[in-house]
Design a protein around this ligand. Sequence first.
Ligand SMILES: [Zn+2]
Length: 114
Amino acid sequence: MKQEKIEQFSEQLLEQQQRLADLLERTKKHLYRREEPYSADFAEQAVEVENNEVVERLDEDAKIDLANISKALERIEQGSYGICTQCNDSIREERLEAIPQANLCIDCADAATN
Ligand SMILES: [Zn+2]
């Protein structure tokens, strides 16, 4: 892969990393606030619980994404970015454009989800 291309992916990854860090900061605040007693009104309570579940899922997804992004940035530093960690084939650029933190080629990713 061209150095230029790698730099472009690196920038995308860093931007996403920042975005996720901000998001986690916000979800942390939201989840922390949950320790306070729920409002007395039942309808409001239900909305709060539902919100918390959404936020918790968001929080978990963001943490997983963030971990994958860190690994992708490490691979850039080690010069192994864009190479499938499973079969050592190169990952197609189109795939990396959609998912810059991808560590598997499409074949291995398919095999992993099936
Ligand atoms: Zn592969």
